[in-house]
Write a protein that binds this ligand. Structure first.
Ligand SMILES: NC(=O)c1ccc[n+]([C@@H]2O[C@H](COP(=O)([O-])OP(=O)(O)OC[C@H]3O[C@@H](n4cnc5c(N)ncnc54)[C@H](OP(=O)(O)O)[C@@H]3O)[C@@H](O)[C@H]2O)c1
Length: 276
């Protein structure tokens, strides 16, 4: 690795690496464990999994087997939609921690703002944090209305809101990003490479060529310059190394403006804007 990965300070006073490995679609077992090992070797310290991804065991094993102290690794996992509600979310956390086989989780997120029980689920996350079993708590796929409801009904602010973010949806998600900024909630960008769909975009390619970087590196750098946590997924060691090599160049104001203007409300997985 050429340059170290910086950290952000969250609203609970704890630090989170600005960059890490997304783990959706990494198969439990050899594929996931090897990807985590390659990422640790390349300097990654943040790993983003979820009960839904089915690879918490592999992440925990790779972290335990590595020579890097646990305190230097940042593990995120998430409570899935079928486990909303106070008691159910407490149980889901116990199961995630058991699968990870770690002493604690760094960041526990509500994966999706399921309509009826999300406030009870949040209270479960508050208790888990209070008990010291996870360090920070946050949400994912929360748009303005979900955040406003949570802010109106809870004591503890989410430390993080993890949402899909890249130049092809930035303008349409800007109200959510701005609300997070005003409240001091850190924005974590998922599917930052658009799952690979937009990597051949002409304007993106021109910027990449000018900086002698790849389109993927430009997208990740764009997110870092906006102050987002970036969590690209790759199963391939060369791409895992490529994706983190973004701390040695800077996009200009014009580059950022061009990328900011590409919006077309692209959602590569679910679109939470329609969730009441
Ligand atoms: N909270 C949520 O609801 C939610 C939803 C979606 C995702 N996420 C999180 O965000 C993470 C990242 O999002 P994502 O997995 O949807 O998509 P992504 O990171 O935008 O893109 C991953 C895809 O891009 C390819 N890729 C990676 N690096 C590349 C490179 N340098 N050049 C060309 N292609 C490259 C990968 O293929 P290879 O593996 O073959 O390299 C994979 O097909 C997830 O893994 C997950 O942790 C969260």
């Amino acid at each position: 690795m050429t340059s170290p990965i910086p950290s952000y300070r969250m609203n609970d006073g704890l630090d989170i690496p600005a960059f890490g490995l997304g783990m959706w679609n990494l198969q439990e077992g050899r594929e996931a464990e090897t990807a985590v090992r390659h990422a640790l070797d390349a300097g990654y310290r943040l790993f983003d999994t979820a009960a839904l991804y089915g690879n918490e065991r592999s992440l925990g094993r790779a972290v335990r087997d590595s020579s890097i102290p646990r305190g230097e690794v940042f593990v995120t996992t998430k409570v899935w939609n079928s486990d909303h509600g106070y008691e159910q979310a407490l149980r889901a956390f116990d199961e995630s921690l058991r699968r990870l086989d770690l002493d604690y989780v760094d960041l526990y997120l509500i994966h999706w703002p399921v309509e009826s029980e999300r406030l009870d689920t949040w209270r479960a996350l508050e208790s888990i944090r209070e008990a010291g079993r996870c360090r920070s708590i946050g949400v994912s796929n929360y748009m303005v209305r979900h955040l406003e409801e949570l802010l109106d009904h809870s004591e503890v602010l989410p430390a993080v809101n993890q949402i899909e973010l890249h130049p092809w949806n930035y303008a349409s998600r800007k109200a959510t990003v701005d609300l997070c900024r005003r409240k001091g909630i850190l924005v974590e960008a998922y599917s930052p490479l658009t799952k690979g769909r937009m990597l051949r975009d002409r304007q993106l390619d021109e910027i990449a060529t000018a900086h002698e970087k790849t389109p993927a590196q430009v997208l990740l750098r764009w997110g870092i310059q906006h102050g987002f946590v970036e969590i690209p997924k790759s199963s391939r060691s060369e791409r895992i190394r490529e994706n983190v090599a973004i701390f040695d160049f800077e996009l200009s104001g014009d580059d950022m403006d061009t990328l900011d203007s590409l919006d077309r409300a692209l959602a590569t997985s679910w679109d939470p804007t329609g969730t009441p």
